[in-house]
Ligand binder design. Structure first.
Ligand code: NAD
Length: 516
């Protein structure tokens, strides 16, 4: 970066390397290459607003399983016959929430706060306490429209992470050509350790505190890791509760259930967008997805929908790693069966681990499987330089946000592994979120094929512009026009995507000017 710009910045940036500074490396690289206007650079370098606040909730009583050693002291404790087993809610950590009057009317045999359930296990009854959770909303930039970005419920979140993800949304909305800026937020929580009603209360309280900071034309959340349409429904309700014009507020969140104003095609949109990019990557080489093989990390919304669409196009899924295990089948994993297995209510962790149609492998083995493609669809920072050295794939299509570290990027380039960068590959979600928002504004309802057709055009048009920038091939076709973006020299695809974003954002500042 030019030293003159360092001199202009106040206060001086901390030299400490963080997730945020790492994520911004590519921004600085592209900004240097295009000679981004200096004031625009300062505007984009840090978020507009960083909100940190706290949410409290009263938790429910829990039955906590005893380890077999401890349970021996209760070997003569007879079984409690539970009259209303529906009131017991089993969590992924083995604990059980007592909902409503779960034990009312049952013959409860309790000794020193312990009881035995029909499953044979001894549990300690632990009264519910109040707990405090840290919550965030980072609003990065709104030059192109309202802040837009997901809500993440995960144990490992931080201000730096949300800053990085919010900035990514600013780039992504510009690349997708939707009239939004970038935002991101969420709660530091492992949602799998809490019951349905507890998560409801936490979400309602979160929105109660968020309400004054956001709005359908100010900042529009959507689902991300650990959240889904049910959480969005709660956020919508809490935002619009008691408002006289609540029907005009449906656009406060996207990713809603289609029955309450969501868009057809939104749930699968991110996976669909990844698939459209991959299809376009191969079609340029006069190839199709038929017979191609892929491996995947993460089998949640993006992973499972992406896998299902790619399999529908004729590709074969060889291996999956998620938070709780890894599986492999050299003949191909049957994707619909795997989705059914993960979504089975008995599969409390919603994990691919234990899937009968594949063999168990170690996480490290995933990276060494020979396949045409790898689709990271879990968390950021997973493809490190070391992993990049071991990969035996030809193409990486980034479904996840920020899965590849800057060092790994350099290794991938050196090794000639092709890359479809996250800010275009996973832009399908925010693109269909925009369609949902428009439908809410206009009180319209579009069909799935209408949504898919628009998405396909939008994804492929912008991906082609990025490829042209990368190869320095300015041209205008029926589908796209890359002439305003090419630099006169070639750049790597990630940098090309960032150049497209920055040129589109910069235009707003240069043409509209800066408000005082
Ligand atoms: P999700 O919560 O539905 O699924 C996350 C998946 O990642 C799960 O399978 C989980 O087991 C796995 N995972 C979590 N921690 C892991 C770990 N340490 N190692 C391996 N696997 C792990 O989330 P999602 O909505 O599918 O999002 C996945 C990624 O895609 C995230 O990076 C998210 O930011 C990005 N993304 C999501 C959307 C969207 O529309 N949902 C849009 C754009 C980008």
């Amino acid at each position: 970066m030019a030293s003159e710009e360092n001199f202009m910045r106040a206060p001086a940036p901390s030299p400490k390397r963080t997730i945020y500074t790492e994520a911004m490396e590519i921004f600085h690289r592209a900004a240097d290459l295009i000679g981004l206007d200096k004031r625009v650079r300062l505007e984009l370098e840090e978020p507009d607003y960083e909100h940190i606040f706290y949410v409290t909730a009263k938790l429910k009583d829990r039955l906590v399983p005893l380890a077999p050693e401890e349970a021996k002291a209760f070997s003569d404790l007879s079984v409690t016959q539970v009259r209303n087993p529906d009131g017991l809610e089993r969590l992924a950590d083995g604990k059980i929430i007592l909902n409503g009057r779960a034990l009312l009317g049952s013959d409860v045999n309790i000794r020193r706060g312990h009881l035995r359930l029909p499953d044979g296990g001894v549990y300690q009854l632990v009264p519910g306490e109040s707990q405090r959770f840290k919550a965030y909303r980072v609003q990065h930039n709104q030059a192109r429209g309202p802040y837009k970005g997901g809500i993440r419920y995960h144990r490992e979140v931080s201000l730096d992470l949300f800053k990085a993800l919010a900035a990514e949304m600013t780039w992504k909305t510009a690349i997708a050509e939707v009239p939004f800026g970038g935002g991101k937020g969420g709660i530091q929580i492992d949602p799998r350790q809490y019951g349905r009603e507890e998560l409801e209360n936490i979400t309602l309280r979160f929105m109660y505190k968020l309400k004054s900071l956001i709005g359908p034309s100010i900042d529009i959340p959507a689902p991300d890791v650990g959240t889904n349409g049910d959480i969005m429904a709660l956020m919508l309700r809490q935002y619009s509760d008691g408002e006289r014009e609540r029907h005009n507020m449906r656009g406060i969140v996207t990713g809603k259930d289609v029955r309450i104003g969501g868009s057809e095609g939104r749930v699968k949109a991110t996976g669909q967008g990844v698939a459209y990019c991959i299809e376009d990557f191969y079609s340029e080489r006069n190839e199709t997805l038929r017979g191609k093989t892929f491996t995947m990390q993460g089998f949640g919304n993006v992973g499972s929908n992406g896998a299902s669409i790619l399999a529908g196009m004729g590709a074969r899924l060889l291996a999956v790693n998620d938070a709780d295990g890894s599986i492999f089948n050299g003949d191909g994993i049957d994707v619909p069966s795997l989705i059914a297995y993960v979504n089975d209510p008995k599969n409390l962790k919603k994990s691919v681990a234990g899937f009968p149609g594949a063999q168990r492998i170690e996480k490290k083995d995933l990276w060494e499987i020979s396949a045409d493609m790898l689709i990271p669809a879990a968390l950021g920072g997973e493809i490190t330089a070391d992993v990049a050295e071991r990969l035996k794939v030809k193409l990486i299509a980034e479904g996840a946000n920020g899965p590849t570290t800057p060092e790994a990027d350099r290794v991938l380039q050196k090794r000639g592994i092709d890359l479809i960068p996250d800010i275009i590959a996973n832009a399908g979600g925010v693109t269909v979120s925009y369609y949902e928002w428009i439908q809410n504004k206009r009180m319209e309802r579009w069909s799935e094929s209408e949504v898919d057709q628009r998405l396909e055009k939008a994804m492929k048009r912008n991906y082609r512009i990025i490829r042209d920038i990368s190869r320095n091939q300015p041209r205008k076709t029926d589908m796209h026009d890359s002439r305003a973006y090419c630099l006169g020299k070639t750049v790597d695809p990630r940098c090309a995507a960032m150049i497209l974003a920055l040129k589109r954002i910069e235009a707003h500042y240069l043409i509209e000017g800066f408000s005082q």
